[in-house]
Design a protein around this ligand. Sequence first.
Ligand code: GLV
Ligand code: GLV
Length: 312
Amino acid sequence: MLKAKGWEVLISPHNRVLTKDELTQMGKGYDAVLSQLTDKIDGSVVDGWGPSASSRQAVKIIANYAVGYDNLNVKEIAERGVMMTNTPDVLTETVAEHTFALILAIAHRIAESDKFSRAGKYHGWEPELLLGTDVSRKTLGVIGLGRIGSRVAHHAVKGFDMNVMYHDLKRNDAFEKEFGAVYKEKLEDLLSEADFISIHVPLLPATRHLINSERLRLMKPTAYLVNTSRGPIVDEIALRDALKTGIIKGAAIDVWENEPNLTPGLTDLENIVITPHTASATEETRQKMGEVAAKNIIEALEGRMPPNFIKV
Ligand code: GLV
Ligand code: GLV
């Protein structure tokens, strides 16, 4: 889409996360940057991209190829007059599907059973082999009722007759009516009552380690925690210890506190399912995310308001 405009497009030659230096070098002299969630961009990176012949700031837009944008220091970037956009909506269904895949995987011990089968450990049917937990008619607690959280709640209610409770800064009457959902103003109440807890809040100073050891201890020993939002929202050391000591029954995480590294000891545990930040990774959705990011750049560079402008 960008090349079709006749524009010069520089694609990173590195099939890996860029260093700050590489990121700074690559953007120099360009009008737009299409960033990944691993590209940490602050005022100093933007300053490094420098001015163009015609304006104070060469780069006019940073189009983040992700819905989350905690990799951008939005305040410092906005102060420099650079626009920012993200890729909401197009990945909602895919992330909600992946979230449900994780819920079912941990409850039905799918990853563990796969490993068991491949290892040749199945020697004949047994009634108590790899017993899991039913999902249907249990209670799902959704932390953060945005687009993705609502879609997960939809699957829970429509597909599995689950009861839904949610915690958010805002109440949503229409949602409560449609899904019979119960609002929990206090996160603690949701934590102590839900059987499955799924996190869908953005990473902000206020949500870092929102789930810590104290809050894990509020959960039922039979409950499961699922995280497809951002790793640092869960204290991963506390999660490892809670899984190890039976404070909670299990967990499934797509996002890790220090990607691409996992807290030591986590992979020794059978009661956790781990995916490598791939919740939106389907062919369809990755294609759409690219189109949305490119569209935002085109709108911005042609002087129109990009559709997914991030207001700071
Ligand atoms: C992925 O984590 C995203 O924020 O899009
Ligand atoms: C299990 O395979 C059953 O037939 O109950």
